[in-house]
Design a protein around this ligand. Structure first.
Ligand SMILES: [Mg+2]
Length: 443
């Protein structure tokens, strides 16, 4: 019996280079299609008893093991693959400084000058005159992000793409598949992203998504951070309150005035006290300070959506002009939907006025990939929403709820949802490695 997923320090799970020797116990066969690289030689058959055991253990909802992978200055990193002369220099990807261009991603060399995402390109250039500004190629970044998500689904049981450059991976209940060394596996995963995608990333492993997200911020760029269960509070204690997701400048300033500086200061207060001070968000702060927070990694909800937005060079007011823009956005999203062979049920319009007031309106219809049907829906949402009192700064069209993902719309309780996700993970593994490798339940 071959229990080891790691051979001579090399994680077989990640191995796909030519130098990698295929072991005798390969259960996998290559999937059809153009992918000619060898499958990962994972011995899932040997791992089966552990996976089944772990599945039951996980269903009783014990400590979670959630990794957060965050690509470091993703768009800049992609541009650096194309043009290596950009390496080591202050670079920003974003719009031209003449119009309303904003920075979408800044290299760490640029951040040293104070350049940040969402800053006007003109301001970024004032802060850092030698900044190299590269035009954004969003379509390409999206494709790379998709490919990375697909690759991660091969190496982790449950993967959520939280944004174009952020992923959550839930390893709960599957630790033995990773040699009971998830910490070591985080380094292997980071190396895989570097080797196969030429992209730098940072990874944190913790018991909640919230904590993993906070932790990754402490080791960027190119870092790995592992918080063993039970160490949540001591890890958080010295960090400034501003690292907690949802704590904006206003909340931080209020807390600073009251003498709160670090998370340790929050830990010292009762939930009642924090709620009295901050209302409902006091409860959230109390939970996060004690190492709790959001811990459901959801496969479908962000991965399966397609959207396009357009910020106009100057605000638009005329309805024919705005509807023309909507038509272009619809054509764009529909092309992507058809490419993927999906049909969308939920169509959402996003409308941002000149004063940044933003509204979204959605409608669910019969599944479709048809431009005229989607355009008619978007147009009627737009006509109902646009009050014409102000010019429009941005329009967006967002498609989701695709027909093959419809069953995910059921409201599930967390435990049930976790089980469904485990079962789906098992389905994916079976699809890749054959029906015999994993059996769940029944026994
Ligand atoms: Mg990032």
């Amino acid at each position: 019996m071959h229990h080891n997923l790691v051979d001579a320090g090399r994680p077989l799970f990640l191995c796909r280079s030519a130098s990698c020797k295929a072991p005798q116990s390969v259960a996998a066969t290559a999937s059809a299609g153009g992918m000619s690289q060898p499958r990962r030689p994972v011995d899932f058959a040997a791992a089966t008893p552990y996976l089944v055991h772990d599945t039951f253990r996980a269903m009783s909802c014990i400590t979670k093991q959630i990794a957060h992978l965050d690509l470091d200055c993703f768009f800049v990193s992609v541009e650096r693959i194309k043009d290596p002369s950009l390496r080591g220099k202050p670079v920003a990807v974003g719009g031209a400084p003449g119009g309303r261009g904003v920075v979408a991603s800044a290299s760490y060399e640029a951040r040293a000058f104070g350049v940040r995402s969402a800053m006007a390109s003109s301001r970024a250039l004032r802060l850092c005159p030698q900044l190299i500004l590269v035009r954004s190629r969003h379509h390409e970044y999206g494709e790379i992000s998709e490919r990375l998500a697909t690759r991660m689904e091969e190496i982790a049981p449950v993967v959520e793409r939280a944004s174009i450059d952020e992923f959550y991976l839930d390893f709960t209940g599957c630790e033995s598949l990773y040699q009971n060394n998830l910490a070591g596996f985080m380094h292997s995963m980071q190396k895989m992203v570097a080797d196969e995608f030429s992209l730098p990333c940072s990874i944190a492993l913790a018991t909640t998504k919230t904590l993993a997200k906070i932790a990754v911020g402490t080791v960027k760029p190119n870092g790995v951070c592992v918080i063993p269960p039970g160490n949540e509070e001591s890890f958080l204690a010295p960090l400034p309150i501003g690292v907690i997701p949802g704590v904006g400048a206003k909340t931080e300033a209020l807390l600073t005035r009251r003498g709160f500086r670090t998370i340790a200061d929050l830990q010292a207060q009762s939930e009642e006290h924090l709620c009295a001070l901050l209302g409902a968000s006091g409860g959230w702060l109390h939970a996060v300070a004690h190492g709790r927070g959001s811990d459901t990694v959801s496969v479908e909800h962000t991965r399966k959506s397609i959207s396009r937005e357009e910020t106009f060079a100057k605000d638009l007011r005329a309805i024919p002009e705005l509807e023309g823009e909507l038509r272009t956005l619809v054509e764009d999203v529909c092309a992507t939907v058809r490419e993927k062979g999906w049909r969308a049920r939920t169509i959402q319009l996003k409308l941002r006025y000149a004063d940044f007031t933003t509204i979204t309106r959605a409608r669910t219809i019969d599944p479709t990939d048809d431009d005229p049907v989607i355009f008619d829906t978007v147009q009627s949402l737009f006509r109902a929403a646009y009050d014409r009192e102000q010019a429009v700064r941005l329009l967006g069209v967002h498609l989701s709820n695709f027909d093959d993902a419809a069953q995910m719309e059921l409201p599930l309780n967390p435990q049930r949802q976790h089980r469904e996700e485990l079962l789906k993970a098992v389905d994916r593994i079976r699809a890749k490695f054959g029906d015999d490798v994993i059996h769940v339940g029944g026994a």
